[in-house]
Design a protein around this ligand. Sequence first.
Ligand SMILES: O=C(CO)[C@@H](O)[C@H](O)COP(=O)(O)O
Length: 247
Amino acid sequence: MTGSTAPIVLADLPAQVRTAVGQARERVAALHGELTRYGLVVWTAGNVSERVAGADLFVIKPSGVSYDDLTPESMVVCTLDGTKIDDGTPAHLKPSSDTAAHAYVYRHLPDVGGVVHTHSTYATAWAARAEPVPCVLTMMADEFGGEIPIGPFALIGDDSIGRGIVETLRESRSPAVLMRNHGPFTVGTDARTAVKAAVMCEEVARTVHISRQLGDPLPIAQTDIDSLYDRYQNVYGQGPAPEEDPA
Ligand SMILES: O=C(CO)[C@@H](O)[C@H](O)COP(=O)(O)O
């Protein structure tokens, strides 16, 4: 007895799971285009994943593949311990090198449905100094509810990065953490929300950096941060579509 279990085969899973995987693959493949559109990544250095609704699985990009070559069919499907399943991709196609970090986040933060990692320039510059981005912009109060925190230094390859992300985000309202000497990891209810947090993270890191070239940015009072955060999270935008009138 080896104790090893047979790999999960996507084609053998119930139809609704296969449909959910297909939809997540479409979204995750397309969202990598947003990373390049907003200039958050160079070469292949960043990744998006999304939890599969109704299954203990997530979808993530393959490692080291050019963004231009990513397709829904090439998105890799993993269990929540980060193991690739028999997902119909070639056996040699490895998931992202950050898969263990994404998997750890999904296992420990059940409300998270999407995770993004980039090395976007300004956010990573703050990470290299291990300095949180202070909350000195209304846009930061809206999206992050305070400063963007720093996570610990961690090597790639085991649970260290994931542990650092989870420990840091549990202490904060921010959906972004700047892992020391590495770069931003962001989370959201789905992959699109996590991508938005990555875009906003880079934008505010850039603006606050430029502001500091001009002098000392002015802090925002905590009560105002709380009020801005509450409005943006609960009132801003269109809200859910109204019910159709049955008449
Ligand atoms: O942070 C790192 C490596 O330092 C990774 O995010 C890579 O830059 C992208 O890896 P893949 O997703 O292509 O494996």
